[in-house]
Design a protein around this ligand. Structure first.
Ligand SMILES: Nc1ncnc2c1ncn2[C@@H]1O[C@H](COP(=O)(O)OP(=O)(O)O)[C@@H](O)[C@H]1O
Ligand SMILES: [Mg+2]
Length: 306
């Protein structure tokens, strides 16, 4: 956790629907509780931060959502325009360039530029003061797109570094890429569920992040853990073929027990697989039966992360 606290840049990814946005929010609160000024960046997704922080709907503008926590749901078009303004130093010139139909279609047709606009904006907030002079955030957390798209997003700066001719775009991508590859500064957090498919996807994702991209997976968050009610022998006997009879005869309690035992077995196997193949530190977050709907649950998860 000391290192999680010290990093300036966190990239939260994982299979769709596993709890990335929830964990991003909780991580933000846990860092904010240690007096860090934290920025959460959503990537042009249907935003859920405002519900989780019980704040007004969130748009592209950086907005305070809790003590020491700011958030933005990045609009890639506007991020691109801001970038243009920074480079061209004038809003009017930038508008002239970026509102131009041909320029817009160029960006749309160039793979990765919109991803870079979002990632670049997030990175920028971690290293540069805002135009109004506010110092950079102590920590920036990107609530990244799910697995494949999250990987694609992180591939973009590497591609720019590899193929774009020297210039401002390449210079910034080089600086960002250097920071992303520095494990003292940047960590990838993979969120998963204690189930077979999400765990398999996590193993592949982790391999691609570390092997292909040379990034550091700082933590794996196993979200939605159920507390085991049965021991392994009890699970085995509830799931044994001879118990089937009793279940089909309408023993409601036995059937419920068997369902629970099955789920616990799946969870135990998933955890064993994760433990065997992934050495990244793991954090376990319980399943909230009523869902994660607001600050109360997010605060509780934040306490677990710290
Ligand atoms: N630990 C948990 N217990 C119960 N429900 C959860 C938990 N974590 C997330 N959820 C629920 O799962 C759904 C997806 O969570 P979300 O954080 O939006 O996932 P993602 O960002 O990966 O799509 C939401 O309805 C959320 O309330
Ligand atoms: Mg989400």
């Amino acid at each position: 956790m000391t290192t999680l606290l010290d990093r300036r840049f966190h990239f939260v990814t994982g299979k769709g629907g596993v709890g990335k946005t929830t964990i991003t929010s909780a991580l933000a609160l846990s860092l904010a509780a240690r007096d860090k000024r934290v920025l959460i960046c959503g990537c042009n997704a249907k935003e859920r931060f405002s519900a989780l922080f019980e704040a007004p709907p969130l748009g592209h503008d950086v907005t305070l959502v809790a003590e020491n926590v700011w958030a933005t749901n990045i609009d890639p078009g506007r991020a691109m325009e801001e970038y243009g303004q920074m480079i061209l130093k004038s809003r009017t010139v930038s508008r002239a360039v970026f509102d131009n139909r041909y320029v817009r279609s160029f960006f749309r047709a160039t793979p990765g530029l919109y991803e870079w606009a979002m990632l670049g904006k997030a990175w920028f907030h971690a290293v540069e003061p805002s135009p109004d002079g506010t110092p950079p955030f102590d920590a920036v957390i990107v609530d990244a797109p799910a697995t494949g798209h999250g990987l694609d997003m992180l591939r973009v700066p590497k591609v720019i570094v590899d193929v774009v001719p020297p210039g401002i775009l390449r210079r910034d991508a080089e600086r960002a890429w250097e920071m992303f590859r520095d494990e003292r500064q940047t960590g990838v957090v993979i969120v998963t569920l204690p189930e077979d498919m999400p765990v398999n996807e996590t193993l592949e994702l982790s391999e691609a992040m570390t092997g292909e991209l040379g990034l550091h997976v700082s933590n794996v968050v196993v979200n939605g853990m159920i507390p085991p009610l049965f021991s392994a022998p009890e699970r085995a006997s509830l799931l044994a073929p001879r118990a089937l009879d009793e279940r089909t005869r309408g023993g409601v309690a036995v059937a419920a027990g068997a369902r629970r035992a099955l789920r616990e077995t799946i969870q135990a196997e998933a955890l064993a697989k994760l433990g065997k193949h992934l050495s990244s530190p793991k954090v376990y977050v319980p399943l909230y039966f009523g869902g994660v709907n607001g600050l109360a649950e997010v605060r509780e998860i934040a306490r677990r992360l710290s």
